[in-house]
Design a binder for this molecule. Structure first.
Ligand code: SAM
Length: 285
């Protein structure tokens, strides 16, 4: 048997150990990136082979947060893909303006760059006092940092460029302050954001939302899991709710494709449309 085939068996054993011992199921994550992450864990744990790491997964009580931290990819930036934020300003803000209370779920929030970008946008559009944003992730270490809202100063120049390209009306320095070599998010932007652990592969709907952003997370899943998570999103969205996916993600393959209308197809912003059988059919007497 070739080394690559043996490694493929080891990956499945690793995933099985994690699922059966800790209840986290990575079985439907796309294989190429999952293999790379597992190789990183093996090196970090000082093991020679994947199978050497499996006893640690089974017997080390404290290993789970480390392993989840290394399996997830909390890479992000403020106003990442600025055109998406421009699309939200242009097509979604006018819809949200008609609501007194706006619930938003941002799934896969990483270190918080995206949720604070959204908070800035909503503040500038005069909507922030009406919103409650739930920002969730599977990675507790990332969530803790997101809640702090502190970023390395070196990224700020490109965040500021993105902000202007996204239609930002002021200067990013009004919201992000240099502090001891770091960039800290202004506390007033944190007031309507709650951070919480939520695992998209296992946890259910926790709130009905008017806007749901989940960008650059589905790319790590295979099609079966992507479709399951898209069903979770559909169930979470209120009537006419808006879904925003990553630019490399799509719902075109999903059985739910017909249940959305594009608001800005290029930026993957869609509006949920009522199904025909949701319509109120007048009773015939
Ligand atoms: C590449 S980051 C995307 C961050 C941000 N949404 C963006 O587009 O810049 C992917 C995030 O998804 C999270 N993630 C991966 N699997 C997850 C799961 N099963 N449930 C919830 N979050 C998950 C990771 O921890 C990571 O923070």
């Amino acid at each position: 048997m070739k080394t690559a085939d043996i490694e493929a068996i080891e990956v499945e054993l690793f995933v099985d150990a994690l699922r059966r011992r800790h209840g986290y199921d990575f079985g439907d994550y796309a294989r190429a990136s999952l293999k790379r992450r597992i190789a990183g864990i093996v090196a970090e744990l000082g093991c020679r082979r994947i199978s050497d790491a499996i006893p640690l997964i089974l017997h080390d009580e404290d290993i789970l947060p480390r392993v989840l931290g290394m399996l997830s990819v909390p890479v992000s930036e403020m106003f990442r893909d600025p055109q998406v934020f421009l699309g939200l300003r242009t097509h979604v803000v006018p819809l949200l303006q008609s609501y007194d209370q706006i619930n938003i779920w941002q799934a896969g929030c990483a270190y918080g760059e995206e949720v604070y970008s959204l908070a800035i946008l909503l503040e500038e559009e005069g909507l922030y006092d009406r919103v409650q944003i739930y920002a969730t992730d599977i990675n507790d270490q990332a969530l803790a940092r997101a809640e702090e809202g502190v970023f390395p100063l070196k990224g700020i120049r490109s965040f500021a460029d993105n902000y202007l390209k996204s239609g930002g009306r002021r200067s990013l320095t009004e919201y992000v302050h240099a502090r001891y070599g770091f960039a800290a998010i202004d506390d007033r932007l944190k007031r309507n954001i709650s951070f919480a652990h939520h695992n998209l592969t296992a946890d259910g709907v926790f709130c009905e939302v008017n806007l749901l952003l989940c960008r650059n997370v589905l790319i790590y899943f295979n099609r079966t899991l992507q479709n399951r998570v898209l069903h979770l999103f559909h169930d979470s969205l209120a009537r006419n709710g808006v879904l925003c996916l990553g630019r490399k993600e799509t719902l075109a393959f999903s059985d739910l494709a017909g249940r959305y209308q594009p608001l800005d197809a290029a930026q993957r912003i869609y509006r949920k449309v009522p199904a025909l059988d949701d319509a109120i059919v007048p009773t015939v007497r």
